[in-house]
Design a protein. Sequence first.
Lengths: 479, 338
Amino acid sequence: MAERNRHWVRPYLLPPLFFLIAYTTPYALLLANYGVALAVDSYTLWVFGFTVAQALLSAALSLAGGFALLPAYLRLPWARAVALVPFFAPALSTVDALIRLHGDVMYSPWGVVLAHGVYYAPYAALLLEANARSIPADLLDAVDLYARRAAARLRIFMYELRPAVLYSFYTVFVFSFLSFTTPLLLGGRYPTLELLVYIYATSFASSNLVSTTVLLTLAVSLALAIPFFKLPAPPSAEQAPRPPRVGAVALAASAAVLAYYVILSFYLFQPLAQPRGLGELVQPLTTSVLVAVLSATASLMAAISFLVAESAGERHPVAIYIVAISLSKSLFALGFFHLAQPLYGTALILAAAHTLVITPLAYSLIKPAWEKIRQDVREACVLYLGPFKCVSRIATEMLGPTVLQTWLMSLASSLSETTLALILTTGGSETLSAVAVRLLTSRAPDLIETGHFYSALLATMVLATLAASRLVKTRPFTI
Amino acid sequence: MSIRTILAVLAVVAAVVAVYLAFTAFQQTTAKKLVIVGPAGIRDLGVALAKKFSEKYGVNATFVPLGGAVEMVNELVRNRDNPPWDVAIGVPEFYYTVLVDKGVLYCPDLKVEGVPREEFWDPHHCVYPLDKSYIGIVYNATALERLGIKPPETLDDLLKPEYRGLVTYPNPVQSGTGLAVLSWVMSVKGEDEGWAYLKKLAGQISKVGYPSGFTPLRNALKRGEVLVALSWFSHAIDPGTPHMKASTYSAFLYREGVAVLKNARNRELAVEFVKFALSKEGQDLVDPYNYMLPVRPDAVVKNNIGLPQPKSVVVYNPALGSKADEWRLRWQREIATG
C-alpha cells in the first residue's frame, strides 16, 4: 500500500507543483526586475501606518456592523440576501454606490474605513450567525433559565461567539490591508501599500521606489498568512437545533441597519435606468465574458486536480491555498506583467492570470464538500479506483452540484476582478471592470456617468451569476 | 442532463474560447497595422492622423488613448520590451528624457523639410516636434463678474481669499499639463518658494480636486465647476467653453512631440508616420483637431486665430528635466495627500 502511495504521489503532485511555480514566479520576477532595495522613507512609513490603522478600524467597524445585522440574520430569512448584495457585488460597484450615497465624505481618510466596514459587515454577520446557530440548545435553554442579568447573558454569548469574532476580525483586517480598488476609486489620496506599489510602478519611472514598497508589501503579506494556519475556523451552522432568541429592540435596530443596505443596493443599480456608452460596451463586455468562461473552467479543473493530489496523500494544496489568499494581488499583477510580456494586452494572458488567482477560491469551495463525504468511503474509493479515477469519475458525480456552483462563483469572481485587468490589459483588450475603473477615476463628468452605468451593469452580471449558483441544489453525500 | 455532461460541455466551450483567444492574441501580436498611442486629451488629433495616414498609405492605423501625457510616458517605459504600440504622439517636452534614458525610443535622425530649426527641441533626435501652445491663467469671465470678483492676473493673485474653492490645475502625477504647471511655478518662483506657493494654493482648490488631464478639466470648466484654472490658453477660444478668458500677463510654452518606439512591431511604418505627422498634410490637422499651434508655418490655422498672446513667455529649462519625477513624487506626498 505504502509502495503504491509513493507511485501515486509523484504524478499527482505535478498540478499543485505547477500551480506553486506559476504562482510564485511573478513575485520572483518582480524582485529580479526591480532589484532589492530597502530605503523606507517617512512617506512609505506613513502609508504603512495608514494601511494598518485603516485595516484595524475597518475590521472593528465590520464586526460592529456584523453584530448589528446579526438579529436580522437570525430572525428574518431574507435579511441575508439583502445585506449581502453590496458584498457580493464587485468592490468597484459598491464603492461607486457609496460615493454617490455619501458624497465628499468618502474622499476623506474615513471614506476608506467606511467603505470597508459597509462592504465586510454582512460577511462578518454571516460568520457570527453560523457561530450563533451552532451554540448547543441546552446551553441556550440554561441561559434562558438561569442568566437573568443582560450583562451575564452577553458575556456567555460573547464567549461562545469568540471563534467567529476572531476569525472575522482577522480576515477583514487582511482583506482591508490588501485593499486596492477601494482606495483607488476614492481618489488615491490616502493609498494603502497595495495601491502605493501600483502608483509607483505605473506613474513614476524610478524603480527604487517600487523596489522598497514591493519588499515591504511582500514581507507583510507573507506574515499575514501565518495566523491563518493557527486561527480556528468558526463552527458551521448545520448542527443548530434552534437559534438564540432575539428581542424586539435588537431586531428593530438591526432592521434599521438592514434598511441602510436596501438603500445602498438601490444606489448600486440606479445607473441602469440611464444607459450610456452602449456602442463602446461590446468589446469590453465580450472580453470579460470570454476571459471569465475560460478562467472559471480552468480554475475548476485545477481545483479538482488539487483534490486528486490531496486524496493521493499530498497535503501541500492547503498551504498553497492559505498563502494564495493572503499574498498581495497588485504585486502578483505587476510580476505577471513582466512574465506575460510577449502576450501583454491580450485577453489570453488575463485569462491565465485569473486562473491562477481564482483557483484557490475554487479549491476552497470544493474542498469542504469533498471532506463531507465519509472518510472511510473516500479511502475505499481511492484505494480501489486510484486517486484520479476516484475524484474525476465518482466524486465529481457526487459533488456535481457543488462543482457547478464553484464554476459559477469563479465566473463571477473573474468578472469582478479589477487589479489584474487594469495592470495587464491597459491599451489592449480591456475588460468591463478595467474600463469602469478607468472611467470612474477619470474625473470627467461625462465619462464618470458612463462609468456609473458600466459599474451597475457589472454588478448586475456578477449578482445574477451568483444568484444562479444558489439555484443549484447540493445533495447529501452518501453512498 | 447529467453533471458529467454539463462539465464536458463546459470543458469543450472553454477549449473553444481558449483557441479563439489564442487566435486573437496571435493576431494582436503579429498583425501588420500601425498602433498610435497618445494621451486621451489628444484623441481627436490621433484619430484624424490615423485616418488620414491609413487613407494615404493603404494601411490599418489606429489610435489608442492612454490616460494623461505623464501616465502615457510611464506606460511606454513599463512596456518598453514588448510595446503593443508603434508610435507615440503628445510626448511632452519636459517629460521625455526618461524615454531616452530608458532606451524606449528609436532615434532615426530624420531630415524634415518645412519645419523651422528652432522648433526641434530634442537634441537626441528621438522626439520630433508636433505642436505647441501656451499654459497660463484662464478664467470664467461671466461667472467671476456675476460674483463680483476681479479676474486674476498673476499666480499670486490666485491666493487671494475671493478665489478660495474656485481654482484648479491638472494633477501633475497623471497629466503633462499638470507637470507643465509645476515646471512653470518652479521656473518663476524657484523651488523653495514654489512649494510654499503650491501648498498655499492647495487651500484654494475647488471641489473637483485636481483633474487627471485636459479632457476632465475642460469638462469641469464647461460645467462651471471650476472658475479659474492653470491650463491652456486655448480654453479662451474653445467654443465648448465660451465664457473662458485668458490672463495674458505671463504664460508657459508647452511643446509636445511624436516619437517611434524602439521595439515597435512596425517600426518602418512608424517612421513613415512621423514624416507624415510633420508634413503639411499632417500639420494641417493639428489646429482643427487639437486646438494647438502647428510647428510648420505653412500649416492651416483657423481655430487658433484668436489665441491670446502672452506678454511674457516662460520657456522650459532642460536642466529641470531630471527633477520631474522628484517633483511629482513630492507633489503626490505633500500636496495631494495634504
